[in-house]
Design a protein around this ligand. Sequence first.
Ligand SMILES: C[S@@+](CC[C@H](N)C(=O)[O-])C[C@H]1O[C@@H](n2cnc3c(N)ncnc32)[C@H](O)[C@@H]1O
Length: 827
Amino acid sequence: MEEMAPSPPTMLKILLPLLLVPLVLYTRLQTPARFAYNCFIKPFFHRTSESDDSNDTDSSGNIPQKARLEAFYSGQADLYDNTRTALLKGRETMLQLLASHLKAQPEKITRNGERGGPGGVGMGRDKKIWVDLGGGTGWNIEKMDEYLPLSYFDAIYLIDLCEPLLEVARARIKARGWKNVHVLCQDASSFVLPEWESGEIDPRGSLRAITMSYSLSMIPPFYQLLDRCDQVLDPQRGLIGVVDFYTSRDTGNKERAIGTASKRVSWIAKWFWECWFSLDNVQLHASRRDYLEYKMGTIKTYNARNNFLHSWFIQIPYYVFLGCSRARDATANLKAFTQEAGNYKGQTTGGLLTPLSPFGTPPISPEMFGMPALDLGPSVVKGVNVNSGDDETEMNQTLYDVGAPLSPFHYHLRKSWRVPYLEEKVHEQFRTHIYGWTWEDPAVDVKKLNINKDDHILAITSAGDNVLHYALAASPARIHAVDMNPCQGHILELKLAAIQALDYHDFWLMFGEGRHPDFKKLLTTRMSPFLSSHAYAYWLTHHRQFSRNFYFRGYSGWALRLAQIAFFLSGVSGDVKKICKASSVEEQERVWRKRVRPVILGRIMVKLFLGNPMFNWHALGVPVNQMNCFLQDGTVEDYITATLDPIPKLTTLKDDNYFFFLCLNGRYTRSSCPSYLKPEGFRALKNGQATNAFKLHTDTILNVLRGLPDNSLTKIIVMDSMDWFDPIPTDQPLPPSSSIAPDTQDSTPEKALVHLRSELDYEIQEMQRVLSVGGIAVWRSAAKRPWYIQRFELAGFKVQPIDIRENGQAIDRVNMYASFWKAEKVA
Ligand SMILES: C[S@@+](CC[C@H](N)C(=O)[O-])C[C@H]1O[C@@H](n2cnc3c(N)ncnc32)[C@H](O)[C@@H]1O
């Protein structure tokens, strides 16, 4: 049979894909291929050919940087922007931070700023000038327009050495019609603005903003560059934003003060990335970032990894930094620490978390805020061996290492809520929060303790709900919120910042619904000026906590998840919903008795979960010592029965008992939520002065008490934390007043943590010293009559019950504890 030749349409069907595939491949791969060639292959060949050309080398035989840059970028300037989105991460964050802080900082010039001269402000100081050093194609400037209109600035200068990139920038400026944006082809380390040359403006302190995105690592004379930035940045209102790759291995006191102890990079990653980037003349050595953090005051800093190409093995370390001149007046923040936060005494005897507080007595002198002397360092500590262990010497050393000029707390722009703290190894134990909401009834506290505007209160932070309630209900003069888990402090800081910076709708989404679709953006663009650097970095890393439901995150979130699973498996999820919707206590009671109670008090639940010490600690935050407290009065079942049975009879969850409502419903409603979440509560806190009372401490109660002056508190509310201590034999005398708590003698915070549980007597003695006469220490306990009452009495307190849970009655809407006590200082 004659072979059939393919007909023309069939041939077309075969040929067309053959022609199209290479075409599609070419268009798809052309950009990445050109990018890869220019970045990874061309540098090898170019090096050789350039060095052959004697015209392109300087007197020492090196290729000048301008020639190198132009050779590197010439083949890729047109595709620069498209190929850098994934590679140069963090640029938007840096620009957003800069914009939000420029908007939030007070415009007024402070006393120091008016002095003029070096570090002061000369002619033209009110002109707002932004300089983008190594600005390349002008991408940053276009982005910035989204966060802060470019018209905010009187002049914007893009400075770069590379003509091919500057051509792209010029075209961009022309296309957008920006009149205040100018391009200068200059070396960033010696840049000069036309206003300076003409004498219109004194260069010193003349810039409101400087940015460097991925250019600090490329500019060879970086000392000169950063010194120049420091000279020309407005010392009072100027801000500098940097984003870049980095490597770092050893971190010291500076990192602990700044909050970047986590920036450590493994030796292999350090070696690899330094070698890899040096092929393109990008220098990642730690010295650049170190000098930046030393030269400028840190306001915000954040470490991250770029998983370029979405691979797990490519994780390039990068950082975002927002800083200011170290000559900026930080006296207000210093006062906030030494006076308002009550650190007159300082923790010079050695605390658990800040063994050598850099912020103790004597108060840091104003000279500390100027530029440090050149002889800064161990040699200036006269005649004493710095390793001798001498307290005062070490204290001085720490002051130099991590004192005011470096700590970001001192350059905080708005509301110094958070008391400075050093990052400790022990903090690594607290990767997340234990309590997502506060599990005690603050309305009962206000009523029974008569909390009022003259009170100076110390209370445990937890999730901050209680202290916010006190502020709203009674506006006390001072509230020291104390928690040794930094994450709990981060939650309260976030609530305070959100109240200050957001409108009610956004605030409700975050803490009423537990999720906000734009949380990450709001964090940087709106809330960041009100957050400490530590809290900001934490929330940026943990922004996903608000992507679905914040209340299901952290340790307490596990309890909610497990409860939901248990309800589902036992087929009572519908009944739980009925309880949440019930309009009467009778209806609540009926569903509870018939359906839900048998599940919660069933054998599996009690044996596997509620009676299990591991579950109690990890999901409910109940340690073994506390379990022993309630086991002295009965069984686990007795305790749960006495806790839960009275609840449905009290008030409806739907309208009042927001504690249990949250646990069953997973989120609040407007009618069932803490008062600070209601519109009127939110408004009162936002517009009033009540939040000025807050000082958030990241430390143990004992350490914070140690720092406070005698007779300075009226109320100490320590929740159930007394139950956590190890029992002390009744015949053991109190420690002599001159003795030092065991934790302070430990060499590491971890070892000290072990001793902490044995320090109840020390805490009671400090309470006695710090409370004013008539002042009270208040606690709730899982025991009806806790063992430590005797210790308070031994220290001279008059101890009385406020309430004891008896005869199936609840003591408050949470009813989680068997008793509520107060110890009054009588003399
Ligand atoms: C990785 S690019 C970053 C460009 C831009 N900032 C961005 O984020 O897209 C580094 C830039 O620094 C510029 N650069 C390097 N050394 C410089 C110097 N000494 N003076 C001015 N610019 C320089 C390069 O030309 C290049 O535009």
